[in-house]
Design a protein around this ligand. Structure first.
Ligand code: NAD
Length: 366
């Protein structure tokens, strides 16, 4: 799979041009020789509250890739929080490195100091490559961290909530495509069977779906196939499988010119962030191909809803209630898209931007 960053970094404009085009409030860099930390925190918008978003560790090919990724991801967090009805802004952080080799207590504690230096304007959590243990190290240096282990009074790993919300959003999308949200017998391909993907596979198997799985780690595929009786698919064959539902749960930009000309599914509903390589163009291609697309930042908000609850005193029942609203929210987006002649992605952004505007106006009148 070509990642979002691989596809776009060569042609990416300069840093300030990018910051200005996405309208970020602040982007900060931290380099620490002793711990090896190379990190960027991007705060996109704090209209609704402090910017909450996870920390991703990824072995970016170059700094431009990392900058591009953090800018896009943080913008997505603004929309995600706004559409989910949370009083939070959008932010995200990346650490440049290999999550299998470069993680250490010193690295995360130094990173915790970096987060702390922003005085709560940015609050962190897990993302690809980071776990609750890493949050524990960060929490030694700052209070501005969520997703810490349950034993420390936190909410633990947000992934099961993301997976559950994605499952419900997928059911809503199936209802639109097939007239019923029953996934029994549906052929669903889950690409990326990590923290979120595995739990999603479990929900799908329980719902009676025929589940295909793919991952770049062969051992992971072997384990999941054995555990859930799923069907393995080679990574290069993912977009050619005869399936009803494609569920991207690895990295972004898997919906692009190449894949959209190959995919034969009726529904796309997955947890990955920034699934559309080009929001406008590929959102329109999905519409033209009559594929029901569940906008990524709406369907995958379960984890954010869960970690956000830590800020007000964690309440699991309330979290589950809020995650369950994803089903209706996805159906509302389909309705608005139809009424306004929008793509589903445009409808989701419309809802998020409307809330941002409404609350900004409200504040200016207080
Ligand atoms: P993870 O790192 O646990 O799992 C990702 C999996 O994808 C890994 O097993 C990895 O090997 C696999 N992968 C990477 N490249 C691949 C490729 N080309 N083909 C197939 N598999 C590939 O991450 P996660 O926490 O499960 O998150 C998955 C996605 O969902 C990410 O895009 C993340 O940003 C997004 N997301 C996660 C959460 C959450 O709560 N964890 C919340 C919102 C969004």
């Amino acid at each position: 799979m070509t990642t979002l960053t691989e596809k776009t970094s060569a042609t990416a404009p300069g840093i300030f041009e990018q910051i200005s085009s996405y309208e970020h409030e602040q982007v900060v860099f931290c380099y620490d020789k002793n711990s090896g930390l190379k990190s960027i925190i991007a705060i996109h918008n704090t209209t609704l509250g402090p910017a909450l978003g996870g920390t991703r560790i990824w072995n970016y090919k170059n700094d431009a890739e990392a900058i591009f990724d953090v800018l896009r991801l943080s913008r997505g967090m603004t929309f995600k929080a706004a559409a989910a009805g949370l009083n939070l802004g959008g932010g995200k952080a990346v650490i440049i490195g290999d999550s299998q080799k470069d993680k250490s207590e010193a690295l995360f504690r130094r990173y915790g100091k970096f987060v702390n230096s922003l005085n709560g304007k940015y609050i962190t959590a897990e993302d690809v490559g980071t776990s609750t243990i890493d949050m524990e190290y960060i929490a030694m240096e700052t209070n501005h961290v969520t997703g810490v282990p349950e034993a420390m009074g936190g909410s633990g790993d947000p992934s099961p909530f993301t997976a559950y919300g994605t499952f419900l959003g997928m059911k809503a999308a199936a209802k639109k495509a097939y007239g019923s949200d029953n996934l029994s017998g549906k052929k669903v391909l889950v690409q990326g069977i990590g923290h979120v993907g595995e739990v999603l596979v479990r929900h799908l198997i329980e719902a009676g779906a025929k589940v295909y799985v793919s991952d770049i780690f062969e051992k992971r595929v072997k384990d999941i196939v054995e555990k859930y009786k799923a069907i393995p698919v080679e990574t290069e064959n993912v977009y050619d499988v005869d399936m009803d539902i494609y569920s991207p749960c690895a990295l972004g930009a898997t919906l692009n010119d190449d894949t959209l000309n190959r995919l034969k599914c009726s529904v796309i509903a997955g947890a990955a962030n920034n699934q559309l390589e080009d929001e406008k163009k590929h959102g329109q291609m999905l519409l033209d191909k009559d594929i029901v697309y569940a906008p990524d930042f709406v369907i995958n908000a379960g984890g954010l809803i869960n970690v956000a609850s830590e800020l007000d005193g964690y309440n699991r029942d309330k979290v589950m209630n809020d995650v369950e609203r994803i089903y209706d929210r996805i159906l509302d987006i389909f309705k608005i898209a139809e009424q306004q002649n929008f793509t589903n992605q445009q409808a989701a952004i419309f809802i998020a931007e409307k809330r941002l505007r409404d609350i900004a106006n409200l504040r200016s009148r207080l």
